[in-house]
Ligand binder design. Structure first.
Ligand code: AMP
Ligand code: MG
Length: 414
């Protein structure tokens, strides 16, 4: 068994290559969050990043209220089971009752304010009621089934702080304190293009030697999930001239340019060369598999990330490098994917580069285990579709059946 903390960060096994951790550090060190903000209706704020701290002007809940359908009582009247109380009022949600006197109870429904005098609610299943009386078949303690005013959020308390990326539950939370408009960071503009003489758009028949541009759809989907404004410059042929032209165009007005293919050392790989010509390249080789070549740099005011061409490499390197970068540029505070430890239901031989295996969690002998997709090729996109996450294998690590391994879930990342 081995864990991440035992593995040195320095990439001694692959001289000249950066480790994944060094690459992330380098990338994030060059990312500065966009400054501009805008006001959006909370209805349209999903996945936006908050630009200011938000406080509540109210208590939530605003008043002590019933957590049950039942009877509001004075607990002092119900110190033993079988107390018979007179039912003097009925309080549905949305209405306010009146004082509950000693020996009395109020019929009450979930969410209705607990009336003066009452200090507990008894669920109706523990009561026998007839016309005007109710028998409480339990002992009642003060505070039972009462949701206290302010127990969720206190008046003047902080609800969320700047830099929070808004998920559905944050939108609900902000609505619960009555906010209708939010100040958020502006959307990130991301330009993309896809290199390769062999790639064509789906919808047309393939000529010999051609393949469909699957990377476009993977990357667009990932960027859409991050609420980026996408500038899609399409397919670019494998020539230096065409690559330089499109890169110039991509950098205009974009915060970030993300491409696929053409970043290796082949004679038909022009992206890195074009980047060096127009801007600066700050790194391009990482000791990882899949996805060894990932170019990172700058063109004009845009950051540049050249992802590899292989479809699985695109997906993996996006999740590891592009997504944290996008989050940081968007102003989010929490940028890094989380790892959890699960048991491996497979074996994997010692690795020379940090590997990212496509796995799926399942239950075996009352334990959560990671199962391996049988074909881990960097072109086998079925592996990413079948899987629900990645197992991270560090350099020098070997996985034996039943070892604890580091797992990154796709859920929430795309
Ligand atoms: P490259 O890095 O350009 O040498 O591409 C590596 C591999 O990924 C090659 O097999 C390409 O055909 C393939 N590839 C490149 N771009 C795409 C794309 N947009 N969609 C699907 N496969 C691609
Ligand atoms: Mg290519």
């Amino acid at each position: 068994m081995s864990t991440q903390s035992k593995i040195p960060v320095d990439c001694c096994a692959s001289p000249g290559l950066l480790s994944v951790e060094q690459a992330i550090e380098k990338i994030l060190s060059q990312a500065v969050a966009v400054e501009q903000t805008e006001s959006v209706d909370i209805l349209n704020a999903l996945h936006r990043v908050l630009a200011e701290d938000l406080y509540s002007t109210i208590d939530v809940p605003g008043y002590d209220n019933s957590a049950m359908d039942g009877y509001a009582v004075r607990s002092e009247n119900c110190t033993s089971s079988g107390a018979a109380l007179t039912v003097t009022q009925r309080i549905p949600a949305g209405q306010v009752g009146s004082q509950v006197d000693p020996g009395c109870a109020a019929r009450i429904f979930t969410g209705a304010p607990v009336p003066e005098g009452a200090d507990a609610v008894v669920m109706q299943e523990k009561c026998d009621a007839d016309e005007n009386t109710v028998t409480i078949n339990t002992v009642v303690t003060a505070g039972a089934n009462v949701r206290r005013a302010g127990e969720d959020i206190k008046k003047d308390g902080t609800v969320l702080t700047a830099g929070k990326r808004l998920r559905a539950q944050e939108l609900g939370l902000l609505a619960s304190v009555g906010l209708a408009e939010l100040k958020v960071k502006r959307r990130l503009k991301v330009a993309t293009f896809f290199t390769g003489d062999e790639i064509i758009a789906p919808g047309k028949p393939l000529a010999p030697g051609q393949i469909y541009n699957s990377n476009r759809y993977t990357l667009r989907g990932l960027l859409q999930a991050m609420d980026c404004e996408i500038i899609d410059l399409g397919i670019v042929p494998d020539t230096l001239e065409a690559t330089v032209d499109v890169l110039k165009q991509a950098a205009v007005g974009a915060d970030l340019v993300i491409t696929s293919g053409g970043v290796s050392v082949g004679e038909e790989d022009y992206v890195r060369i074009a980047l060096e010509k127009l801007g600066e390249l700050s790194m391009w080789r990482i000791a990882m598999k899949p996805g060894k070549p990932v170019a990172f740099g700058k063109v004009d005011n845009a950051l540049f990330m050249g992802l590899p061409g292989n479809p699985v490499s695109v997906f993996v390197t996006y999740l590891l490098f592009a997504r944290p970068l996008i989050l940081k540029l968007q102003g989010a505070v929490d940028c890094m994917p989380k790892r959890v430890h699960v048991r491996a239901d497979f074996e994997w031989k010692k690795v020379q580069r940090q590997e990212y295996l496509r796995v799926r969690l399942s239950q075996k002998d009352n334990q959560t285990v990671a199962q391996l997709y049988p074909h881990q090729g960097s072109g086998v996109l079925s592996s990413a579709s079948w899987a629900d996450g990645l197992v991270e294998v560090m350099i020098g690590e070997e996985i034996k059946q039943g070892d604890m391994v580091s797992y990154l879930a796709f859920e929430g990342l795309n």
